[in-house]
Design a protein around this ligand. Structure first.
Ligand code: SF4
Ligand code: SF4
Ligand code: FES
Length: 239
């Protein structure tokens, strides 16, 4: 009896391109990343894709699997194969470098535009500022902090697709983490940045980002927090 296989359609090319089909042996407990790696190692060594940790730590293996952005190393084939087939594309809303690899530089530029860098209030040589784990301040700063910058939410956001200048859920989620960090001193500037056109007020609260985030973060709630904070800042004459 022949071994079971799966048909895998893989995007080849850059923005212009097409799907190439591969037949891959179906194995128990196989992830989508295992399938892509099999193709690259056994069928076509020119296939471009990205991964690093293989255990859901780095976020670099994200791609679109049967129409939904996912971490491929944490996605089992048996859970997502549709009719015994997989269709793999690079993440949406990002320029394609080649095949399944996208250029993340614009995505991270938006973190900078959203004021995503920590602005310390203490200088070198001073004691570290501490926020005890049991305090409400620490809970507020922790709520959105586990983002690993994978881009799944960004690729799932319709507003990013409609207007590419929109800062997007990940950069705004990062800004909200810092707004809540009592050690940070950059909030006036940060709130001005996220209140601008293409900032938090452009979000339509679809919640695709919350539904798709593999870390179960809630960028929609972070953005709602930014909307409230920017209104308060405007009323206080800070914007
Ligand atoms: S918020 Fe979630 S989906 Fe978006 S970049 Fe961070 S970890 Fe990835
Ligand atoms: S809630 Fe806002 S950021 Fe999240 S997917 Fe919808 S429009 Fe994009
Ligand atoms: S390879 Fe690191 S999260 Fe998938």
């Amino acid at each position: 009896m022949s071994e079971p296989t799966i048909d895998v359609a893989v995007w080849r090319g850059a923005e212009a391109g097409g799907y190439q089909h591969f037949t891959v042996p179906l194995l128990a407990s196989q992830t989508v990343l295992d399938v892509v790696t099999y193709i690259q190692r056994h069928l076509d060594p020119t296939l471009a894709y990205r991964f690093a940790c293989r255990v859901g730590m780095c976020g670099s293996c994200a791609m679109e699997v049967n129409g939904i952005a996912r971490w491929t190393c944490r996605t089992h084939v048996g859970r997502v194969a549709s009719g015994g087939a997989l269709r793999l594309r690079p993440l949406a809303n990002l320029p394609v470098i080649r095949d399944l690899a996208v250029d993340m530089s614009g995505f991270f530029d938006k973190w900078t535009r959203a004021g995503g860098q920590f602005r310390p209030t203490r200088g070198a040589g001073e004691a570290f500022a501490t926020v005890p784990p049991s305090t409400p301040e620490r809970s507020a700063a922790d709520a959105a902090i586990e983002c690993i910058g994978c881009g799944v939410c960004y690729a799932s956001c319709d507003v990013v697709a409609w207007r590419p200048d929109y800062l997007g859920p990940a950069a705004l989620n990062r800004a909200w983490t810092l707004v809540n960090d009592v050690r940070d001193g950059g909030n006036d500037e940060r709130l001005r940045a996220v209140a601008a056109d293409a900032g938090c007020h452009a979000c339509h609260s679809h919640q695709s980002c919350r539904e798709r985030c593999p870390k179960q973060l809630n960028p929609t709630a972070s953005i709602a927090g930014l909307k409230r904070a920017t209104v308060r800042a405007a009323l206080a004459g800070k914007l």
